[in-house]
Design a protein around this ligand. Structure first.
Ligand SMILES: Cc1cc2nc3c(=O)[nH]c(=O)nc-3n(C[C@H](O)[C@H](O)[C@H](O)COP(=O)(O)OP(=O)(O)OC[C@H]3O[C@@H](n4cnc5c(N)ncnc54)[C@H](O)[C@@H]3O)c2cc1C
Ligand code: FES
Length: 293
């Protein structure tokens, strides 16, 4: 599609029609895990005016469409501080993600966004931040970490602690980034796997137990936690046991979504549209809601 074929109002401001995807080119793909189920896609805007209109914060997501297959939400894994393509990481789970995994560099996808609220960076300023992730839910936590560690931002935040676990080493995402963070003096990185394997010299144990062992101070500290529901369920009591109040614990929810813009009613939990009021919520906000998340 050339820019001459597109609606003039969409060129001026894509938000005028929030259902209209903009075309994105796959610049690079990278298999992230040894089971080949997680693949990252670096996408660049086909039209420079779409790139100029796109401003996002860590924790936001986009609806990605594959022609003839459908559309689904994906957290933005790159940080606004990283110039160049946007990164997304997809788990091959169904129709769209299987089609996505078979696509190659140079092919074109559709993208709507950025959508949702993102992490409350302003609240984190001046505080310690503990980032807790499990498995492939580390996507927007990568974005958040890169943002916090950027030279323009690092001094605005106090201690940064990352606790990230996977079943085995080959299932950890973004291993180059993890290695770069481990080399830094201004961030603590605790990587763990469920069971010991030969050659693994880091932590062994489930994420909730590692949280208890690392025991980050709850004083002046925010926690951000993303992972499988079972990990979150067992990590929450560890955090509250350490003294974290529920209003300083944030998570990003994955609900079934359709429109992504609070129109279709697909994603509601209680009074919230997860697509617009979230996907990032504090546990204080979620308290008392149906336990669907
Ligand atoms: C805000 C947000 C951010 C997301 N970010 C990412 C991301 O960064 N990477 C990523 O891989 N995925 C992400 N997801 C999940 C992704 O959008 C879904 O897995 C999507 O349905 C995949 O599309 P599909 O057509 O391949 O799978 P489908 O064919 O739609 O579904 C395949 C199977 O998965 C089940 N399923 C799909 N989605 C869900 C769900 N949300 N809850 C429970 N069961 C489900 C279906 O019932 C079916 O059994 C995100 C979801 C949300 C809401
Ligand atoms: S996905 Fe349509 S209202 Fe949230």
């Amino acid at each position: 599609m050339t820019s001459a074929t597109r609606a003039p109002e969409a060129l001026a401001n894509p938000q005028l029609n929030p259902y209209l995807p903009v075309p994105m080119r796959i610049e690079r793909t990278q298999v992230e895990t040894d089971d080949n189920m997680l693949k990252s896609f670096d996408l660049s805007f086909v039209h420079s005016e779409d790139a100029a209109n796109f401003r996002f914060r860590p924790g936001q997501f986009c609806e990605i469409s594959v022609f003839g297959k459908g559309e689904a939400p994906f957290g933005i894994a790159s940080s606004p501080t990283e110039p160049g393509p946007l990164k997304f990481t997809a788990n091959k789970i169904g129709v769209l993600t299987t089609a996505l995994h078979s696509m190659h560099e140079g092919e074109i996808l559709g993208l709507r966004g950025p959508l949702g609220n993102g992490y409350p960076l302003e609240k984190f300023e001046g505080h310690n931040v503990v980032i807790i992730g499990g498995g492939f839910a580390f996507t927007t936590l990568r974005s958040l970490t890169q943002y916090l560690l950027h030279p323009d931002h690092r001094s605005r935040f106090r201690d940064i602690i990352i606790i990230y676990g996977a079943r085995r080493p080959g299932l950890l995402l973004y291993t180059d980034d993890l290695a770069a963070w481990e080399r830094r003096q201004d961030v603590q990185v605790h990587l763990t796997i469920d069971q010991a394997v030969p050659g693994w010299t880091k932590l062994v144990g489930f994420v909730p137990d590692v949280v208890a062992k690392v025991a980050p101070t709850a004083e002046d500290t925010y926690a951000v936690i993303c992972g499988p529901p079972v990990m979150i369920r067992f990590t929450m009591p560890k955090l509250t046991g350490l003294g974290f109040p529920r209003e300083r614990i944030y998570s990003s929810l994955e609900r079934r979504m359709k429109c992504g813009i609070a129109k279709c009613g697909r994603c509601n939990i209680g009074p919230y549209y997860v697509c617009k009021d979230g996907p990032v919520f504090s546990y204080a906000q979620l308290e008392g809601l149906p336990e669907e998340y």
